[in-house]
Design a protein around this ligand. Structure first.
Ligand code: BGC
Length: 746
């Protein structure tokens, strides 16, 4: 019986699958179909006189003390003048545990537990701006309860390659979805007197050679693919800070890149906040400052040895840089401190942390991000009549992902695993037979590769332990139903290294095939943050579910989807290729490059490549099934022809033609066939998630400002709307277009 645990079902059992119809509605559902507008508050100038006065009282050393880290996650303040340190915290999954002041070791506190929120890919898979606002708002409250000023998040780099180590942290391969999730997240966060630090600016799309790789992107691609979410974060959400990336762009490090930091970010977009470096991403003193960097953060070494510390004092004394120039940076920091009421404000938000309400926020997001990829013969939701036992197989049934790998995680008191979720939700009459099946094993010799930035990802041991395999087979055979929890984890998908391959690690493919062979009633659940090669698995299994590094309540949300309490409504935020060579960066042999990487696919990133080149993906961008079915009808626009400053309103009736309530994401793609310029076959320009009750119909109205149809004209350096006919395509994935409407732009 070693390694074989028979779990009897837990106390909180309730018969969920029967209640699908009435329970599918969650608070986040938008019945109206009217999208909300999210706009942030701009940094004000009302404290400028006070700021000028403060700066006039500061010594050069005090000023420069504010421009660099004085601990791992704070930059300096000036106590005698009442200027506090600027207190930062990672990151994308929730407020990171407290780190020691001068090294990476955890501080060992007992009051730094936090809610673990679903990772970026999961949040984007909700295709729901309200969920993104909830995420930011909930996390903002946690930041304040930990007395922080700046969250090092959101992470919004474009998913250029499925192998990217940080794909799980990032949102999407598509710039429109990316910005529509980033903006409400930032607004929600900053509504709590906390700054967002949008990262990593910009063109930081791989971990391999990230410390020095020089990224070459043509201007149009930069503007249309890699910058829109950053641009919207500044112009719409008014993010108060931005993090400069590690790598180079067009020959210059991104923390000393005048084009990106001064010309684009500040001059073009009007950014008024602070630019913080990524940790140890600075390479110069005067050049960095003059190029637009404000604060240098870093990894352990005496803080006065940073580029923006003693060296800057010396440079100022040698007149290589004027004190007036230093003042500009100090004033920017002071303005953001006033803006979030770290200075001057009496009524700063106090926040709360790891509350039941926040765990429920994490639950709501998780319940909306799970993607149903395949469901033959209505294998799901699982019908429990006659079921006495369920085999739960796979290391991922018990694996926790709040911490792991290299980079920021969350120390949390609650992380419901998939196995615990099932125990919580299944009636006690059902026996759960657990078998680990595969082991998470790495080649000892290559262990250093985990998170080692000079490598292309960790080397896994991909053969199964024969005893573990046998145990899994026996467990599946003797149980009425089997559920395999496979995929990846946050040790394997990690910052600082890209994966070597799309292959499922640890011998999982063989395990899945063998379990499927002995128990045809097997459901495969993938827990992962990035695409994997699941072509063969997907052919054999009748039910395939995709979950993510899905936060504190991930296991409960997953069980609720499997059992039908929640009707799945997540949609893939990126393309699942059949094979890696189908993906644009790989098909063009332009990943990972060497000292330089040129993005040879240009604007054809993600589905733009697959659709333009007619390559069938395994699962397309925007894809996700439901336990009900939807029909789209009566698609129309408010007019037939529009001027450049107008907004197109496209409406469509979404009818729920199945037996249970459910949410559908109406996706609007545009095509221009007779274009004078090279374009992708289609581009996402709008979407709206809508809850529709079984048997009823809701009309969804999507507004597309005509300027969204613009391309970036390199010659004139302007966003330009080409006149003529455009086809608006309405569907529920990039490959399932149900209605088309043609309009004309004058
Ligand atoms: C990461 C950042 C992170 C910083 C501080 C860096 O390695 O790239 O995303 O915020 O560390 O932990």
């Amino acid at each position: 019986m070693k390694n074989k645990i028979i779990y009897l079902s837990a106390a909180l059992a309730f018969a969920v699958f029967t209640s699908c119809k009435n329970d599918a509605k969650s608070e986040s559902g938008s019945d109206s179909g009217e999208p909300k507008e999210y706009k942030g508050k701009e940094i004000g100038s009302e404290h400028d006189a006070e700021i000028d006065k403060l700066v006039s009282q500061m010594t050069l050393e005090e000023k420069i003390g504010m421009l660099h880290g004085n601990s791992m996650f704070t930059s300096g303040g000036v106590k005698r003048l009442g200027i506090p340190e600027l207190k930062m915290a990672d990151g994308p999954l929730g407020v990171r545990e407290e780190i020691s002041r001068d090294n990476w070791a955890p501080a060992g506190l007992t009051n730094d537990f936090a809610t673990y929120y679903p990772a970026g890919g999961g949040l984007a898979a909700t295709w729901n701006a309200e969920m993104a606002y909830t995420f930011g708002n909930s996390l903002g409250q946690e930041m304040r309860a930990r007395d922080k000023d700046m969250l090092l998040s959101p992470a919004i780099n474009i998913v250029r390659t499925p192998l990217g180590g940080r794909t799980y942290e990032y949102m999407s391969e598509d710039p429109f979805l990316n910005k529509k999730i980033a903006v409400p997240l930032i607004v929600g966060l900053q509504d709590n007197d906390v700054m967002a630090c949008v990262k990593h600016f910009a063109a930081n799309n791989q971990e391999t050679n990230r410390d020095f790789v020089d990224v070459q992107i043509d201007e149009r691609t930069l503007r249309e693919i890699y910058l829109p979410a950053f641009e919207a974060s500044i112009k719409e959400a008014h993010a108060y800070s931005v993090m400069g990336a590690y790598n180079k762009f067009r020959g210059e490090y991104l923390c000393e890149n005048d084009y990106m930091l001064n010309k684009i970010l500040r001059d073009e977009w009007g950014f008024k906040g602070v630019v913080v470096s990524d940790w140890a991403a600075v390479h110069s003193t005067v050049k960095s400052l003059k190029s637009g960097l404000d604060i240098e953060m870093g990894t352990p070494k005496p803080f006065n040895e940073f580029f923006l510390a003693d060296k800057l004092i010396a440079a100022a004394k040698n007149k290589e840089i004027s004190e007036a120039e230093i003042d500009i940076h100090v004033k920017r920091i002071l303005r953001t401190l006033f803006q979030v009421k770290a200075m001057g404000g009496k009524d700063r938000a106090k926040g709360s942390i790891a509350t039941e309400a926040h765990y429920q926020d994490a639950y709501k997001i998780a319940a909306e991000d799970i993607v149903l990829l395949k469901n033959e013969n209505n294998a799901l939701p699982l019908k429990l009549d006659g079921v006495k036992s369920i085999a739960v197989i796979g290391n991922n049934a018990t694996k926790k992902n709040a911490l792991g790998g290299f980079g920021a995680g969350v120390k949390t008191k609650r992380e419901v695993t998939p196995l615990e979720g099932l125990k919580n939700r299944l009636p006690s009459s059902i026996t759960i037979n657990y078998a680990e099946g595969y082991l998470e094993r790495y080649d000892e010799k290559n262990k250093g590769n985990l998170g080692n930035i000079t490598s292309n990802g960790p080397v896994t041991i991909d053969h199964l332990d024969p005893a573990k395999l046998q145990e899994a087979i026996e467990t599946a055979k003797k149980s009425d139903v089997a559920i395999i929890f496979a995929g990846s984890n946050r040790d394997y998908e990690t910052e600082a290294s890209d994966r070597r391959t799309l292959k499922l690690p640890f011998g999982q493919e063989e395990l899945i095939q063998k379990v499927l062979a002995v128990n045809p009633r097997t459901i495969v659940v993938m827990v992962a943050g990035a695409p994997f090669d699941i072509d063969a698995v997907s052919k054999k299994t009748s039910a395939l579910v995709w979950s993510w590094f899905n936060g504190s309540e991930g296991g409960n949300a997953l069980a609720d989807v499997i059992l039908g309490k929640v009707n799945p409504s997540g949609k893939l935020p990126w393309t699942m290729p059949k094979q890696i060579m189908d993906s644009p960066a790989h098909a063009t042999n332009s990943f990972p490059g060497g000292k330089t990487v040129s993005y040879a696919e240009g604007i054809l990133v993600g589905y733009r490549w697959f659709d333009t080149k007619n390559i069938a993906p395994l699962y397309p961008f925007g894809f996700g099934l439901s336990y009900t079915t939807f029909a789209f009808d009566n698609a129309k626009t408010d007019k037939t022809s529009y001027a450049e400053n107008e907004t197109i309103t496209v409406s469509v009736a979404v009818k729920n033609t199945g037996k249970v309530d459910g949410k559908e994401v109406v996706q609007l793609y545009t095509s221009k066939s007779d274009s004078k310029i090279t374009r992708a076959a289609q581009e996402l320009k709008g979407f709206q998630k809508v809850l529709v009750k079984s048997g009823s119909s809701n009309t969804v109205a999507i507004k597309v400002p005509v300027k969204e149809l613009a391309y970036y004209d390199v010659a004139t350096k302007k966003w330009t709307v080409e006149p003529g006919k455009y086809t608006l395509k309405l569907g529920n994935s990039s490959r399932d277009i149900k209605k088309e409407v043609v309009i004309t732009i004058k």
